[in-house]
Design a binder for this molecule. Structure first.
Ligand code: FES
Length: 152
């Protein structure tokens, strides 16, 4: 015999919102998950803060740290890798003094690795904000970064 967990018509339920839905709303609003919002979401969902962080850290769509003003997405897909994308990534890490997933101390840049930007014919490729950079060379990196540093 099947047991129904659905509430009967007119029955008052104590159903709590899904922690994933709550965290998604916060991620959309802030671009990351501020601690006080994670605490609030945990309370609303009826789970512990540690459980909420467990969910947040499991899904890589959730960011636990505030992103930089400019997010650099560097492609490490096959086409970009073959065309020297690893060297471009290493130059970015060296210039910014951060690893992928981190933000510079001045809060200006975040660095992310992506699998393909859909611009393989221009590999190696990276995107800063909404600006696409194709056939990027390691020598160009300082000049490109300085452009954003001057803008602040
Ligand atoms: S593999 Fe880099 S843009 Fe497609």
């Amino acid at each position: 015999m099947a047991i129904s967990t659905a509430p009967a018509p007119g029955q008052v339920t104590t159903a709590r919102p899904s922690i994933i839905v709550l965290l998604q709303e916060v991620q959309e609003k802030y671009g990351y998950l501020p601690r006080e919002e994670v605490v609030r979401c945990a309370r609303e969902a009826g789970i512990s803060v540690a459980q909420a962080y467990g969910v947040a850290s499991f899904y890589n769509l959730f960011k636990l740290t505030k992103p930089g003003k400019y997010t650099i997405r560097i492609c490490q897909g096959t086409a970009c890798h073959v065309q020297g994308g690893q060297g471009v990534l290493e130059r970015l890490m060296s210039e910014l003094k951060i690893q992928p997933g981190e933000t510079t101390a001045d809060g200006l840049f975040s660095l992310e690795i992506v699998a393909c930007l859909g611009a393989c014919s221009m590999s190696p490729t990276m995107v800063i904000g909404d600006q696409v950079y194709g056939r990027v060379t390691t020598k160009e990196i300082p000049r490109i970064l300085n452009r954003y540093r001057r803008k602040g």
